[in-house]
Design a protein around this ligand. Structure first.
Ligand code: AMP
Ligand code: ZN
Length: 695
């Protein structure tokens, strides 16, 4: 075949693929923008888009006017009146890496024929619904969606219900002058906290319909398009302003044009603008800033899918013009998607320390939030049934922050009929014992108390932080000892000898010395820790302490009756039964004796914690993990000093104590202006107030 022929065959194939991609992208645009029910992830969509873009770059003659690369995805809704935008509401070019940002800058320098540095404004890329808001003589007269970029839907009644949006300008007394006509561009979002509260409210008010509110952006978009503004009013919408689309000219030079100045101006008029927008003189600073946010996106009160970088100088920005549907002077630095779609290949079953069977999804590997994911939890069988997830399904996954990814739901549209229902196993995959479902419980259990997997999990728990806290045995450490036949139960740990450890892989002299030292130290753990480590279902540190408050020694606790335990405030009947049954079990009694024989002291609990009323009248909320105290220990410390611990942040909260990976409680505290302490700060507060009281 001649080269010419080969070329034309290739071009033919490219043309076909381009047509196919266009069809697919149009379909997914419709699902995303109009139906609000996407069936592929943003990343998959971007892939289709980028592929089409690459073909069209190679064969520019294949570009059609209606190609999605040339147009903004349209979300027009035929039920609503239409508005023509005074200036097109454009889309943004995307960058995924710092290199792509540098390439963008190089392109700008070439176009502007300069190497002189220019400044950039960096803003969050709000993941919401774009709107144009027209103010006529200071009064909000029109709100429109982006639509196809040229024509939008008139959503004025819905926009008027947004509480934080000024209905009249200026909305502040000392504000600068406002032009007769001002069209502001903004983004309507739902704050994460508000969305959670809204979901909870929907769940309570109309449980059948609540399932459709899975995504804040879609919920906001749906709210704006409601014909009845009361529906919009009942959804917690927030609008951030980030640009001026158009303005009458009478203010001349007094109307700011540079992007950062525009943000300041909008803020001064009374619009909500992002507090994280910054102006930088160099791209290096821009890159450092956006990368920092990639790690901290979860600390923001709203969802973002990236950051937008704009050439700050309006004259340069305008000179750069538009290519396709994107202004050249701006670019979106996109973060990796948090929600992805992949295939559920199989389901495996793990067994927890209580014997509970935990289903886990094996996935076709997928890259999300900076990591390749192959597994996700499926919670329990009721959850699987409710979401109707099947083996072979395409599923939507979410990974938020540090949390293990979980399966949000299946995409039934992508089924081909070969999918299989997920059923609980009849036998334990580790020991073969029958699997049983306890009455009134959701979970299934391995019925064998000697199940090796179950024992291993319990031992891992026993040595863990917050329980016996045996350094050097974290993770696989215990399993190695079990596999070597050195440890069969908790008590065996305390009889380990150096000679037994020497032959083990990875055990050098120093490691052996350290392990024996930490085992020695663990022998004198206070009784509450030991009780909590035993793995009695429902008995963690807090419950252990409560029990010991009434029965301060092991002997006393062992001989407590059901009635006595049930009478303790805070211990329900079911828990009392579990505790009595656990201590009545001969194997458990034998274990306790063996622990004692091997040197674990289990001395009655002195009230070792110092007590005071230094914190009386104060309410604390704990969030995140603290460097040395467990959550329960921190709560106990606060209570020992007369403070109260509450589970959620409100105006009544005096302090939030936050550690590593603190979540929405911290955001809420910041929003309400409640002081935040770290662990050291808490200790200092106690010391300070104790001293005050002694004076
Ligand atoms: P895209 O639709 O992904 O091409 O991105 C363009 C959209 O990003 C605009 O329509 C806006 O709705 C949205 N956007 C969110 N935040 C900003 C921002 N700070 N500056 C410009 N556009 C933004
Ligand atoms: Zn088993």
């Amino acid at each position: 075949m001649s080269d010419r022929l080969a070329d034309s065959a290739e071009r033919e194939a490219a043309a076909q693929r381009a047509a196919e991609l266009r069809r697919l992208i149009h379909e997914h645009n419709h699902r995303y923008f109009v139906l609000g029910a996407p069936t592929i992830s943003d990343a998959e969509y971007d892939q289709l888009f980028d592929e089409l873009d690459a073909i069209e770059k190679r064969y520019p003659e294949l570009i059609t006017p209606d190609s999605p690369t040339q147009r903004v995805g349209s979300d027009l809704d035929e039920r609503l009146p239409k508005v023509t935008h005074p200036a097109p509401m454009l889309s943004l070019a995307k960058a995924y890496t710092p290199e792509e940002l540098r390439a963008w800058q190089a392109r700008l320098e070439r176009l502007l024929d300069t190497r002189a540095a220019f400044a950039y404004t960096v803003e969050p890329k709000f993941d919401g619904v774009s709107v144009a808001l027209t103010y006529t003589d200071g009064i909000l007269t029109l709100g429109a969606t982006r639509g196809d970029g040229y024509i939008g839907d008139d959503v004025t009644p819905a926009v008027r219900t947004i509480r934080n949006l000024p209905q009249r300008l200026p909305a502040r007394p000392d504000a600068p002058a406002v032009p007769h006509r001002l069209v502001v561009r903004g983004e309507v979002v739902i704050h994460k906290d508000d969305f959670k509260a809204f979901q909870a409210r929907m769940q309570a008010e109309q449980p059948e319909g609540a399932a459709k509110f899975v995504n804040a952006r879609n919920t906001a978009s749906g709210a704006l398009k409601q014909l009845d503004p009361r529906v919009a009013a009942s959804r917690p919408l927030t609008c951030y302003a980030f640009g001026i689309v158009d303005a009458s000219e009478e203010l001349g030079e007094r109307l700011p044009r540079n992007q950062y100045a525009v943000l300041e101006y909008l803020g001064a008029l009374g619009f909500l603008t992002s507090h994280i927008a910054r102006r930088f003189e160099s791209l290096d600073e821009v890159i450092a800033y956006v990368q920092d946010f990639e790690a901290h996106r979860h600390d923001l009160p709203f969802e973002i899918d990236g950051m937008v970088i704009k050439v700050d100088d309006a004259a340069l920005y305008n000179a750069l013009g538009i290519v396709g549907k994107n202004p050249r002077g701006a670019i979106a630095y996109k973060f990796p998607p948090e929600e992805v779609v992949t295939r559920l290949i199989n389901v495996t079953f793990n067994v927890g320390r209580t014997g509970m069977i935990v289903p886990s999804a094996e996935l076709a590997p997928v890259f999300v939030s900076g990591a390749t994911i192959r597994q996700a939890t499926l919670n329990n069988f009721d959850d699987i049934a409710r979401k109707d997830v099947r083996i072979g399904d395409y599923v939507r996954l979410k990974r938020a922050g540090e949390v293990i990814p979980f399966v949000i739901g299946a995409i039934p549209e992508r089924r081909d009929g070969t999918e299989q229902i997920i059923a609980p196993p009849e036998r334990c995959p580790f020991c073969g014992a029958p699997v049983v479902r306890a009455e009134g419980e959701i979970a299934y259990y391995c019925s064998n108390p000697d199940c090796p997997e179950r024992r291993a999990r319990q031992l891992e728990y026993f040595v863990g932080r917050g329980q016996m806290d045996i350094e050097g045995l974290a993770e696989r450490g215990v399993r190695q000892l079990i596999e070597a036949g050195l440890v069969r139960d908790e008590a065996d740990l305390f009889a380990l000898k150096a000679e037994q450890l020497e032959p083990l892989e990875g055990y050098g002299a120093q490691k052996i010395k350290n392990l024996l030292a930490s085992l020695e130290a663990a022998k004198s753990r206070p009784l509450d820790r030991v009780i909590a480590a035993l793995g009695i279902p429902g008995v963690g540190l807090t419950v252990a302490r409560l029990l010991l408050k009434h029965f301060p020694s092991l002997e006393a606790l062992q001989s407590a009756t059901l009635e006595q335990l049930d009478a303790i405030h805070g211990i329900g009947e079911a828990l009392a039964r579990t505790v009595v049954a656990w201590f009545a079990e001969p194997r458990n009694r034998a274990l306790l004796e063996k622990l004692r024989a091997n040197g674990v002291q289990m001395a009655p609990l002195e009230s070792a914690t110092p007590r005071s009323d230094a914190l009386s009248g104060l309410t604390f909320v704990l969030t995140g993990s603290l460097p040395t105290l467990t959550r329960d220990e921190a709560a106990a410390l606060i209570e020992a000093h007369g403070g109260k611990v509450a589970s959620s942040v409100s105006k009544k909260t005096s302090y939030v104590v936050a550690g590593e990976a603190a979540g929405s409680k911290l955001e809420k505290a910041q929003a309400l202006g409640i002081p935040v302490l770290d662990e050291a700060g808490l200790q200092a507060l106690i010391a300070e107030r104790s001293a005050l009281r002694q004076d």
